[in-house]
Design a protein around this ligand. Structure first.
Ligand SMILES: [Zn+2]
Length: 313
């Protein structure tokens, strides 16, 4: 594909395996500022290369697409740089022909989405990795629409994550990659972790172990692998997810990271005032539960989202 500046762009992909089995794809970076997938892809490529060098078989296919929106990643941006379009709201995309034209003014991003969607249609499992945004830090978790909950239930115990968030959809979700692949019969898991524009090593390593476990479940890898990590994730739903918002403005300094049990009243950080030296607010959990989201961007206003907790009775 060519950009308006006549620069050629294509999909960077590496592929492993003998082709005689199930097909697995790891996709990340559809939002160009989400970078954990790079490190995850590195771990997998390195592992699979060494696996093949040792003469062991990779039955089927493992495809790595770590930079699924290369123009945005190169520009350190989240969205498609021409027109600031969210590519993850362009699916299933179009093929760009007169018979299947893209929406006015949003041509290239929809054609890109269409090509990626067509490319992934033949896979048996796709993991679409996201890294939150600049504002919130997320523990490794699966996000799934209620209507595809069965997909998560089939695979979640093999992903090594602590949380599966099953949510009802605002209609905008209909245009994501994961929703369209699931609708087309390609089981797709969205993994969310970390924070935008950063790599959170320990979270990537958790998900890496999960992907190895998925590859075993699919029969792509077999033999002397590390034992699959036991994983019984907590299911978060609209009924048990609680939102903690700030009451004051200032800057936030967290006490802890994310992915822990918290108790009602436990402080998770403080909102401070740089000029007066005062503590504006002790930010504390109002519930017993599991802290799976915490504020990452320090600047907060009254009402800013500080944390999400799965309430556990
Ligand atoms: Zn994302």
């Amino acid at each position: 594909m060519k950009t308006p500046l006549q620069e050629k762009i294509g999909l960077f992909e590496s592929s492993f395996g003998d082709g005689a089995g199930k097909r697995f794809a790891l996709v990340s970076g559809i939002h160009g500022d989400e970078l954990d997938g790079l490190y995850l892809s590195y771990h997998l490529a390195r592992f699979l290369r060494e696996w093949e060098s040792a003469g062991k078989s990779i039955r089927g296919q493992v495809s790595l697409i770590p930079v699924a929106n290369p123009l945005a990643t190169a520009a350190t941006e989240r969205f498609w740089p021409f027109g600031q379009i969210d590519v993850n709201r362009c699916f299933p995309g179009t093929n760009g022909t007169a018979a299947d034209p893209p929406p006015q003014g949003e041509g290239a991003s929809h054609v890109w989405a269409g090509a990626l969607f067509e490319h992934l249609k033949g896979f048996d499992l796709v993991v679409d990795v996201h890294s939150s945004n600049l504002f919130l830090r997320e523990c490794p978790q699966i996000r799934v629409l209620n209507r595809y909950r069965a997909v998560a239930e089939t695979y979640a115990d093999h992903t090594n994550v602590d949380v599966v968030w099953v949510h009802d959809a605002p209609t905008v979700i209909e245009t994501t990659l994961s929703c369209n692949l699931n609708a087309a019969g390609v089981p797709t898991l969205v993994v969310e972790m970390g924070v935008g524009l950063r790599i959170q090593k320990e979270f990537v390593e958790i998900v890496f172990q999960g992907v190895l476990s998925l590859l075993q479940k699919l029969g792509i890898l077999s033999g002397a692998l590390p034992p699959a990590p036991p994983s019984r994730p907590i299911y978060a739903t609209d009924q048990n997810v609680r939102y903690l918002n700030s009451e004051s403005g200032g800057f936030f300094v967290p006490d802890i990271s994310v992915g822990f049990k918290v108790e009602q009243g436990q402080r998770i950080g403080r909102i401070l005032d740089a000029l007066s030296g005062e503590v504006k607010e002790d930010v504390a959990s109002r519930w017993n539960g599991y802290l799976f989201t915490i504020r990452a961007h320090p600047i907060v206003y009254p009402g800013s989202l500080m944390a999400r907790v799965i309430e556990i009775a």
